[in-house]
Ligand binder design. Structure first.
Ligand code: SAH
Length: 364
């Protein structure tokens, strides 16, 4: 079934065991259909309760009973059945001109899996083909506010969506609990996606999640994503490297203050410095870099909410950026870029130039 179909007002009969049919059931429910489920000739096992909102008619025992059921629905989705029943269903669909769709069974492996998906910096077009494929196959998606989520319903049709994010001011689910939830879902046989902002291994705690899965014996894979450390500066027209300006860039986390030793090395390297999670410690960083010898006229940019409709760039120098940021009320999420490449912002590609012009209007 392709994503985004509208089945409201349509009646869909799904045939197949509860485990194998769970994704198909979830998808048609998500598409707005009235869903009927035939799990098999036996009674519904109490261990596999029917999904909420799914009707469970009596299993037809005769061709006549199949005819009555199939005449009453718009589509029959067969996930798994025995050959004789399959033939009865196909014939009844033919007689009543009811659509027949053969669907893929969800994995019947006793253990599911976890895929850590790098979702990029928030723009749908920066999701990778691999990310979309993993989302499409997911039974359950754990996401947070940094990953792209606008169209999660379409990318992961029928998947349960769980917010484990840390929206400012809201209680975040602690990392260990999020890991436990993911592992539990996988052990219950589900195909789990952990959708993360940017790249899972760039300050995303992806490494810890991989270790948690491995410790529990859950198969885990990682799909790299486009990191905000490169894409967000680019959205403001800033290339993190540029021939004859710099041949290196260092990505640092400003989550905790940076030590003088680290700052000395950074100044000594002379390359571009990209700071994530750096708004809270901006003043300390700028003061430290100045104290340890960085040029005070070094260009600095702060790009807030990269790729969002209200993306904003604040441009300054090492000696002015702290005051400018305070004046502008700069907030997280933002990427700070320190280095001569910042001077190239105005020469960015056309999209970046447009965004920068918009940002300039917003800032005034
Ligand atoms: N794994 C992520 C980074 C997680 S740390 C990645 O590779 O991009 C979270 C920080 O990333 C934020 O505090 C902010 O500094 C940065 N960030 C992520 N998305 C952003 C966006 N759309 N705009 C600005 N900054 C962003």
């Amino acid at each position: 079934m392709s994503a985004g179909l509208d089945f409201s007002g349509k009646r869909v009969l799904v045939v197949g065991g509860a485990h194998a049919a769970r994704r198909v059931l979830a998808r048609y429910l998500a598409a707005g259909a009235t869903v009927y489920h035939l799990a098999g000739p036996g009674p519904h096992s109490p261990a596999v309760r029917p999904a909420p909102g799914v009707h469970t008619p009596v299993f037809p025992r005769s061709v006549g009973a199949w005819d009555a059921l199939i005449a009453a629905v718009d589509l029959v989705a067969v996930v798994e059945t025995t050959p004789p029943t399959d033939a009865v269903i196909a014939a009844a669909c033919g007689r009543h001109r009811t659509w027949l769709s053969r669907e893929t069974a969800a994995s019947t492996a006793p253990i599911g899996s976890v895929t850590l998906v790098g979702g990029g910096p928030g723009l749908e077009s920066l999701l990778t083909v691999g990310a979309l494929a993993a989302l499409n196959a997911a039974d359950i998606v754990y996401y947070d506010r940094l990953g792209p989520t606008d169209r999660l319903d379409v990318w992961a049709p029928g998947a349960e969506q769980i917010d484990v994010g840390k929206a400012p001011g809201h209680h975040a689910i602690p990392q260990r609990d999020a890991e436990r939830m993911m592992v539990a879902s996988a052990l219950a046989g589900l195909t789990v996606v952990r959708l993360k902002g940017g790249d899972p291994f760039v300050f995303g705690r992806g490494g810890e999640e991989v270790i948690a899965c491995r410790a529990a014996g859950v198969p885990v894979t990682v799909i790299s994503g486009v990191t905000s450390a490169i894409a967000v500066p680019a959205a403001a027209g800033i290339p993190v490297t540029h021939r004859e300006i710099t041949r290196m860039f260092t990505v640092i986390s400003g989550h905790a203050p940076i030590s003088d030793t680290e700052l000395t090395h950074l100044v000594g390297l002379g390359g571009t410095i990209v700071v994530l999670m750096g708004i809270g410690t901006l003043q300390q960083l700028v003061a430290g870099l100045t104290r340890l010898g960085m040029r005070t006229d070094m260009p600095v940019a702060i790009v807030e909410r990269g790729f969002a409709h209200d993306q904003r760039t604040t441009l300054g120098r090492l000696d002015s950026i702290a005051a400018l940021a305070a004046h502008a009320g700069v907030r997280s999420p933002a990427v700070v870029v320190i280095g001569d490449v910042v001077a190239l912002a105005a020469h960015g590609d056309d999209t970046a130039a447009d965004l920068l012009r918009e940002a300039a209007t917003l800032a005034t």
